[in-house]
Ligand binder design. Sequence first.
Ligand code: THU
Length: 141
Amino acid sequence: MISEEKIRNLITRAIAARKKAYSPYSHYQVGAALLSEDGQVFSGCNIENAAYSPTICAERTAFFKAVSEGNRGFLAIAITGSPAGEEITQFAYPCGVCRQVMMEFCNPAAFLIIVAKSPEEYRCMTLQECLPDGFGPANLG
Ligand code: THU
């Protein structure tokens, strides 16, 4: 179980990461903060590209930073997303591609996805709830 204090701290990190979003095309800013099993937090933002398809989501930025630093066990991710501006007006759920990347490194029954408007206003769900019957490493035997 993750304490409410840890959840709020993770959301604060995601809000800060969103400020780094590079999104001159969509003007949609996303920040994520990923908590590893050993207590480290890896943040990420979306990074867009003039050729569009090389764009990467905030969640995958955070995952790839963490994995490239040797981390493979994760407990939770906080996500904040909204059109450009200071105010976060909506709950931003992760896209299908990011859910699949989570499936690669996380226990679907335990990994917590936190979508937040603020450290006080958030929703939590497991990866299993977000991606029912997901395909993962276990399928390959
Ligand atoms: N985006 C994310 O960063 N995460 C998501 O889960 C959904 C979408 C980004 C990609 C793109 O830069 C912008 O939001 C609009 O799609």
